[in-house]
Design a protein around this ligand. Structure first.
Ligand code: PMP
Length: 412
């Protein structure tokens, strides 16, 4: 018995996909030129799968802030805030995030993944019950696994199913016995780009006295009049108990945050293991996110441009006859018949100079195979036309691509 035997199915799937060309999960860029262009060899690539929603990774102010932070505070913090202390940048960013969203408390983490892991695992204790959307991101699921609370899944984006399950779990007084109910949803779902009906979830949570936690990783900076996300867009931000997010998308950095309207959230710093026992975000990451937050506040035109590009691409792909998984928005997922077809097409698009994401089971809802596009405010109309032309040409290659799929399958 070999220690890697248990990965044999994964290995065969990987081998099959690799026979189609470049490994879609190990693609290497030789250069990143700006927020929308990269280079592989001597090919310029339109980046359409980066989650760089506001295109701020190359914003001069964000870059300067990051460089200056290294000069002033060094390259790393070399420890956790509990053991080794906080830098002014950590505290300033937390204050700015809380103020921007009108929340009582903000805690930042080293990644968005750790944010949900830490917060969910800690906020729900053994007497509590977690209710999560069926299509939850891996880090929400992992947070639930780490939590001592039982986890109940409700149907994706279904407030009525949540209502039923909360009713079933509550005692005659309409409460969880001896504990609380914590409901976890996302604002914008990362694979299909569909949105949660947040206001309806708020109503169901209110009815049952449940706490509501929303991961706005893909919607913070993108939606809402001040960029606070979909809860703000739906006018219910002040009724949400916890908002989590990441610095790795609109905030052009790496790290994560959890905001709460409850001052009591502060005490959890001393209880969240994925906050206490890991190094704090680096000065440069924190400074870039802080500068990006200012851009989110000062430049609503970034959101307008992103929305317009989403409308343009959604319309164009729909006219070409593609089956799209969600409404127009920063994430547009094109449904493909299976993962081999999707991987073949993904390779073809890359050869044509367009990088999108290949998304396949188990990382996708409904076991779907997707060519997932994420847009940026930095994309121009012409960029979208390049993406559309590539998809149109890919359709024109239908038979040749299918022959390639069959040839690869036959050697499997
Ligand atoms: N939540 C959601 C919904 C995500 O899609 C992701 C990552 N894509 C995360 C959290 C984790 O964010 P990070 O990359 O900062 O770890």
């Amino acid at each position: 018995m070999d220690i890697f035997d248990k990965f044999s199915t994964l290995q065969s799937r990987t081998d099959l996909v690799n026979r189609l060309g470049v490994d879609p999960f190990g693609v290497k860029f030789d250069d990143i030129t700006n927020a929308t262009r990269g280079r592989i060899g001597n090919r310029s690539i339109v980046l359409a799968g980066t989650n760089n929603y506001l295109g701020l990774t190359f914003d001069p102010d964000c870059m300067d802030a990051s460089i200056n932070a290294i000069k002033n505070y060094g390259t790393g913090t070399t420890g956790s805030r509990i053991a080794n202390g906080s830098y002014t940048g950590h505290v300033d960013l937390e204050d700015a995030l809380a103020k921007h969203a009108g929340m009582a408390s903000a805690i930042i983490f080293s990644t968005g993944y750790q944010t949900n892991l830490a917060a969910i695992a800690t906020l729900a204790g053994p007497k509590d019950v977690l209710f999560i959307d069926a299509d939850s991101h891996a880090c929400i699921i992992d947070g639930c696994r780490l939590s001592a609370a039982p986890t109940i899944r409700f149907r994706h984006n279904s407030p009525s199913d949540l209502d039923k399950r909360l009713t079933r779990h509550n005692n005659s007084e309409g409460k969880i016995d001896g504990g609380i109910a914590l409901v976890v949803i996302e604002g914008l779902y990362s694979m299909f780009g569909d949105r949660a009906p947040i206001a309806e979830f708020v109503d169901v949570c209110k009815k049952h006295g449940a706490y509501l936690y929303i991961d706005e990783a893909h919607s913070f900076g993108v939606f809402g009049s001040t960029g606070c996300g979909l809860a703000e867009e739906e006018g219910v931000l002040d009724q949400v108990d916890f908002i989590s997010g990441t610095f790795s998308k609109s905030l052009a950095s790496i790290g994560g945050f959890c905001l709460s309207k409850h001052k009591g959230f502060e005490i959890t710093r001393k209880a969240m293991r994925a906050y206490m026992f890991t190094a704090s975000p680096t000065p440069s990451n924190v400074a870039a996110a802080r500068a990006a937050l200012d851009k989110i506040a000062e430049k609503p035109e970034l959101r307008d441009n992103l929305r317009d590009r989403g409308l343009q691409l959604h319309k164009g792909l729909t006219e070409l006859g593609f089956d799209l998984c969600g409404p127009p928005g920063p994430i547009i997922a094109v449904r493909r018949p299976n993962e081999v077809v999707a991987a073949t097409e993904w390779n073809w698009l890359l050869e044509e100079g367009v990088y999108v994401n290949l998304a396949v089971p188990p990382g996708t809802p409904q076991s779907s195979s997707l060519l997932r596009i994420s847009l940026s405010a930095a994309h121009t109309k012409d960029d979208i036309n390049i993406i559309l032309k590539a998809f149109k040409d890919m359709q024109g290659q239908g038979e040749a691509l299918m022959a390639k799929v069959q040839a690869v399958m036959a050697t499997g």
